[in-house]
Ligand binder design. Structure first.
Ligand SMILES: C[S@@+](CC[C@H](N)C(=O)[O-])C[C@H]1O[C@@H](n2cnc3c(N)ncnc32)[C@H](O)[C@@H]1O
Length: 470
C-alpha cells in the first residue's frame, strides 16, 4: 500500500506491547498507535489510517528490524486470512500476553484486590484444536498482492474458504487450514475439486445467484464427523451426485446433511436441515458423559480445553453434594450436566430454546435427573417467584457472552447473594466490569485463565467470587 500524505507516517518506531484486542501497540511521544501483523520488538514504519481522540490506527508500511521473538508463521495463508493472527509469536509468549491481559483488565477495570493469578492453562494442541469450521463458497476469489504480481492465470475465480478480513464477498481459497483435524482439509478440497470438475456454480453474494453456498464440518473427540452442505437452491440431480460422491470418498462421515438456504444471509439455524446419509447427530464425550451434537447445537469449539475449563469451574465451585447450583447462560447445559453428580440440584437458564432442548436430551442420555433447564432471558426468568420455586442458589456459575452479564442480572446476584459465584468469561474486560459491580459483597479469591484459542488474542478466564462475611 502506498504512502498517504494526508495522514501521519511514523518512521522507525519500536512496537512496545500488545493491547487488549490483541493489536500491536507503539508509542509516538504521548500518542498510542495500534497496528496489526507486528509484535513487540519489531522496528517499523507506521502509516496512520484512522485518527481517534485517544489513539491512532496504522498499518505497517515497512519493517526495519524483526523482533528477536519472531518465529516463522506455519500457515501459507497467514497474513491474508483473518484467523490465527499470532502465529509469528512463540506459543509461550502468546500465553504470557494472555496472562497479562487478564491481570491488567482485572486491575484496571475491576479495581479490586486480587489473589495471585494462576498460570494460564495452555492448550496441549496448538494446531488442529477446533471441532467446527465453516467455509464459504464464492465466485470472487481473494487474490494476494503476490498472486496478482506473479502474472499467473487466475481466470478461475471460484474459491472455498474464509472471507478475506472485512470483505463480505471475497473469499480466500484455503488449501490447508491448521485449525481442524482431518478429514476436514480432505473433505473441503475434495468438494472444491469436484465442484470445479463438474462446473457447479459457486455463490455470488452480490448477485444472489449460484448453487454452492457454505460448508460446515464438525469433528468430535470420539472420532465422528458431521458435514453440512448449504445450497442456494435445489437441483436434485446435482445435489445427489455431489453428496453421493462425498459419501463414497469418505465412508468415515457419520452424519451427512444439507440445507437449501434461499435467504439473504448464510445462517442456517432458522432453516430446515435435511439428513442425506448416516445419523443426524454426532457425539462428544467428557469424563464418561456423552453429549449429542446436532447440526444446530452449540458446543465449545476446543473440546479438550473446554474439559479443562469445566474442571476449573467445578474445582472453584468445590461442591459437597448438598448444594443448589444455578448455571446461568447454560447453552446446551454442558457445565450443568458436567457438575450434576457433585450437587443436589442444578438449574440451567439459557435463551435459545433449541439449546435447552439439547440440554434436556443430554441429561436424559446420561441418566442425570437433578438438572432442570429453562429457556428465557435470564433477567426475566430469574425473578423472586422462580428462585422461591427452584430453591435459593448456594453457588452460581455464570458464563455470559462477550458483552458480560446484563446489569439487572448482576443486581439480582447482589440481592440473592449466593455463597459463591464462579464467573467463566471469554472477555476479561466485561468480566472485570461485572466483578467490580459485585465487589461490595464479593471478594475475588481465585483467578484461572485458560487458553481455548491458540494463535489468537482470545482468552477465557475463570474467577471465583466468595461472599464477604460481615
Ligand atoms: C458463552 S456461551 C455459554 C456456553 C455454555 N456455558 C457452554 O460452555 O457450552 C453464552 C450463552 O449465553 C446465551 N445467552 C446470551 N444472552 C442471554 C440472555 N440474556 N439470557 C439467557 N441466555 C443468554 C447464549 O445463547 C449462549 O448460549
Amino acid at each position: 500500500m502506498g504512502r498517504n500524505r494526508k495522514k501521519p507516517y511514523y518512521e522507525k518506531i519500536q512496537i512496545e506491547d500488545i493491547g487488549s484486542e490483541g493489536k500491536a501497540l507503539a508509542r509516538v511521544g504521548e500518542l498510542i498507535v495500534f497496528t496489526k501483523l507486528a509484535i513487540p520488538g519489531d522496528v517499523v514504519d507506521l502509516q496512520v489510517t484512522k485518527k481517534r481522540k485517544k489513539y491512532q490506527e496504522a498499518f505497517v508500511a515497512k519493517i526495519h528490524e524483526y523482533s528477536k521473538d519472531r518465529v516463522e508463521a506455519f500457515c501459507e495463508h497467514f497474513g491474508t486470512c483473518g484467523g490465527c493472527k499470532w502465529q509469528f509469536l512463540p506459543y509461550q509468549k502468546q500465553l504470557a500476553y494472555k496472562q497479562k491481559q487478564v491481570e491488567d483488565q482485572l486491575k484496571r477495570i475491576g479495581k479490586v484486590s486480587l489473589p495471585e493469578v494462576s498460570p494460564i492453562l495452555g492448550s496441549e494442541k496448538n494446531t488442529f484444536y477446533r471441532n467446527k469450521l465453516e467455509f464459504t463458497f464464492s465466485n470472487k476469489k481473494w487474490l494476494t498482492a503476490e498472486e496478482i504480481e506473479s502474472g499467473k492465470d487466475f481466470s478461475n475465480s471460484d474459491s472455498l474458504g474464509f472471507h478475506a478480513p472485512g470483505m463480505f464477498d471475497k473469499v480466500i481459497n484455503i488449501e490447508k487450514c491448521w485449525l481442524q483435524p482431518e478429514p476436514s482439509n480432505k473433505i473441503r478440497n475434495f468438494i472444491y475439486n469436484y465442484a470445479i470438475e463438474n462446473n457447479l456454480d459457486f455463490f455470488d453474494i452480490r448477485e444472489k445467484k449460484g448453487f454452492l453456498r457454505t460448508l460446515i464440518i464438525r469433528t468430535s473427540s470420539t472420532g465422528e464427523t458431521m458435514v453440512i452442505l448449504s445450497l442456494f437452491h435445489e437441483d436434485e440431480n446435482k445435489r445427489i451426485k455431489l453428496l453421493e460422491a462425498l459419501k463414497d470418498e469418505f465412508p468415515e462421515i457419520t452424519s451427512l446433511m444439507y440445507v437449501i438456504n434461499e435467504k439473504g444471509n448464510d445462517t442456517i439455524t432458522d432453516q430446515e436441515i435435511e439428513l442425506f446419509h448416516g445419523r443426524d447427530h454426532i457425539f462428544e464425550e467428557m469424563e464418561g458423559l456423552e453429549f449429542k451434537i446436532g447440526p444446530k447445537s452449540f458446543y465449545q469449539t476446543n473440546s479438550e480445553q473446554a474439559y479443562r475449563l469445566y474442571k476449573v469451574a467445578r474445582d472453584f465451585a468445590d461442591l459437597k453434594g448438598s448444594e443448589t447450583v444455578y448455571d446461568l447462560y447454560t447453552g446446551t447445559g454442558t457445565i450443568a450436566n458436567f457438575i450434576a453428580r457433585n450437587a443436589k440440584k442444578v438449574v440451567g437458564i439459557e435463551y435459545v430454546p433449541e439449546a435447552i432442548n439439547d440440554a434436556k436430551i443430554n441429561a436424559e442420555i446420561n441418566k442425570i435427573d437433578n438438572t432442570h433447564f429453562f429457556a428465557g432471558d435470564i433477567k426475566e426468568v430469574m425473578r423472586n417467584a422462580f428462585i422461591k420455586q427452584l430453591g435459593h442458589p448456594d453457588v452460581v456459575i455464570t458464563d455470559p457472552p462477550r458483552a458480560g452479564m446484563h446489569k439487572d442480572v448482576v443486581a439480582t446476584l447482589t440481592a440473592i447473594k449466593p455463597d459463591k459465584i464462579v464467573y467463566v468469561s471469554c472477555n476479561p474486560a466485561t468480566q472485570a466490569r461485572d466483578v467490580s459491580l459485585l465487589s461490595e459483597f464479593y471478594k475475588v479469591s481465585k483467578v484461572q485463565p485458560v487458553d481455548m484459542f491458540p494463535h489468537t488474542h482470545h482468552v477465557e478466564n475463570v474467577v471465583l467470587l466468595e461472599k464477604i462475611i460481615i
